[in-house]
Design a protein around this ligand. Structure first.
Ligand code: ZN
Length: 240
């Protein structure tokens, strides 16, 4: 379970803005984002893949697992699928590759959010079939159900909180940072603290048109209600 918010073509200087909270079990070891080849991403030390990354051409990919009870442990890891999608030059080519690849290789159910400065897509995969969706300019939200699922409590809460959001990056970043650390007593908390798992990290990312040269990446290693966002932008702007 994760929550990703995409601001696609809303902010002139940074047409590709993403805020994401990652939920995972507390004891699953992971590495903070760094460059490996052309991909800047955090890594899961068990399966080796990633849940979110950016490549040197400014493509962002985020993965959320879909709500499903029948997981097949023999399938290839979804984190690997996310890493493979990040090897593409654009959101469009990553989408086309995914739609073809998912005809031939089985994974457990997941969603992939693909965005660059020009296009944004969500590929929703139920374990058998992939459904692509093209996303227009605006705010888009994804958790463990369909994209922009307005019945989802976390998405409802995020939409409400961002109803009158800023249209400039530093201001929007502050609004997103405040939102990602919010709690509620009922369902719909944005920052989660479960018994065995919860929000392990949070990212606020702003990307320009076609590269990471003017990109910004803020990363909280821990639940964003407590952990401060650290500025990784200098690291992001210097691909290997
Ligand atoms: Zn919290």
């Amino acid at each position: 379970m994760c929550l990703c918010i995409l601001a696609h073509q809303l902010v002139l200087t940074h047409p590709n803005i993403i805020a994401a909270n990652r939920e995972e079990q507390y004891d699953r070891p992971t590495d903070a984002p760094s460059w490996e080849g052309q991909i800047f991403a955090g890594r899961d030390r068990i399966a080796g893949g990633t849940w979110q990354g950016v490549n040197a051409l400014g493509l962002h990919v985020a993965l959320t697992n879909r709500r499903d009870k029948s997981l097949d442990p023999d399938h290839r890891s979804r984190g690997q699928l996310c890493t493979d999608a990040l090897r593409h030059a654009s959101a469009r080519s990553a989408r086309d590759w995914l739609l073809d690849h998912l005809l031939h290789v089985r994974y457990n159910p997941c969603n992939l959010l693909l965005s660059d400065g020009i296009d944004a897509f969500c590929v929703q995969y139920d374990g058998q079939r992939a459904r692509p969706e093209t996303l227009g300019p605006g705010l888009h939200m994804l958790s463990e159900t369909d994209i922009n699922d307005d019945a989802h409590p976390r998405i409802q809460r995020a939409r409400q909180a961002l109803a009158a959001h800023a249209l400039q990056w530093p201001e929007l970043r502050h609004e997103l940072a405040a939102l990602m650390g919010q709690h509620t007593a009922a369902e719909g908390g944005i920052c989660l603290h479960g018994q065995r798992g919860g929000t392990r990290s949070s990212s606020l990312i702003a990307l320009g048109q076609q590269s990471v040269r003017d990109g910004q990446f803020y990363y909280a290693e821990g639940p964003p209600c407590k952990a401060a966002y650290v500025d990784l932008s200098t690291l992001l702007q210097q691909p290997i």
